[in-house]
Ligand binder design. Structure first.
Ligand SMILES: [Zn+2]
Length: 301
């Protein structure tokens, strides 16, 4: 399990609860799900790693903190502290992915920044940690085929764009159709759900979509476990309950475990009216991942 206290960064008054990263960590430690000493801290991702998913011009803009056509679609301020937090998250997901190949499961208590494209920021996302991790592992020759299972309420458009036309990466996005982003990008498989879709219909659609992922036979699954399909989410319009979200997590993580596929958890979005709900959803995802992990097949790193 990977976490950095510097995932927190000052973004001013904002709907994105950046305090959630530390709160999820505290929740898991207090519940004795993990020992504080078990957490691994990433160092900021080197430019070389970021270049595997992002263009040099865009990375230059981030380094220089420049508002250009590449950075201005961000809905966050652009400060050195914030850019650093995103570089840490990218390194964190890469580290969790390496851990997953060794132990069956890796969890980044952050990340899931799926709106960031190769050459521009979008939404609350500057660097696409999911894409960086996949590309770094491919470059190192540790994996060839990867799948990104993105269950955030918003479509994973940045991830879809980055891997568009790349047959080695299967991108699945299950999201609310009538929500940000507009227009949508094209994932390998997109499931655009109606407003107010509830647990039963969601899980039925997810089961069918996951069959396509399993058929692809990925060597690793990166799971964007957004908490925002929750019925109480301020930026989401689906109607999943806490139990439904946990069932969703089991579909993905037990499904990977049963098939011996290493799984990487990233947190993604979550804007519940009560931040405690967002934290509880993320913590439940981690609990499901930890419970599934021992059943996994050990794989050489
Ligand atoms: Zn979202």
């Amino acid at each position: 399990m990977v976490h950095s206290t510097s995932y927190f960064c000052d973004i001013g008054p904002h709907v994105f609860p950046v305090e959630k990263f530390a709160l999820v960590r505290a929740h898991l430690v207090n519940a004795r799900e993990i020992e504080a000493g078990d957490l691994v801290t990433p160092a900021a991702a080197p430019r070389e790693d970021l270049l595997r998913a992002h263009t040099p011009e865009y990375l230059d803009d981030l380094d220089a903190l420049r508002w250009t056509h590449r950075t201005r679609m961000s809905e966050l301020p652009l400060t050195a502290e914030i850019v650093r937090a995103y570089r840490l998250a990218a390194a964190g997901t890469t580290l969790a992915a390496r851990g997953a190949l060794e132990r069956g499961c890796g969890i980044n208590l952050g990340g899931g920044f799926h709106h960031a494209a190769a050459d521009h920021a979008e939404g609350f996302c500057y660097l696409n940690d999911l894409a960086v991790a996949v590309r770094v592992l491919q470059h190192e020759g540790r994996i060839r085929r990867a799948a990104v299972v993105d269950l955030d309420v918003h479509q994973g458009n940045g991830t879809a764009l980055i891997f568009s036309g790349d047959p080695s990466v299967f991108t699945l996005s299950v999201h609310q159709e009538m929500n940000y982003p507009v227009p949508k990008a094209q994932s390998t498989l997109d499931i655009g759900l109606d407003d107010r879709t509830g647990d039963a219909e969601y899980l039925r659609r997810l089961d069918a979509a996951l069959e396509a992922v399993w058929s692809f036979a990925p060597e690793i699954v990166l799971y964007q476990a957004g908490a925002d399909p929750y019925v109480e989410d301020q930026l989401g319009g689906l109607a999943l309950t806490l139990a439904g979200l946990e069932a969703r997590d089991r579909r993905v993580l037990d499904g990977c475990a049963r098939r011996g596929i290493p799984a990487v958890v990233t947190l993604g979005g979550g804007y519940a009216r009560r931040v405690e709900d967002t934290v509880a959803i993320h913590a439940a995802t981690c609990r499901v991942a930890l419970a599934a992990a021992p059943a996994r097949t050990r794989r050489p790193a």
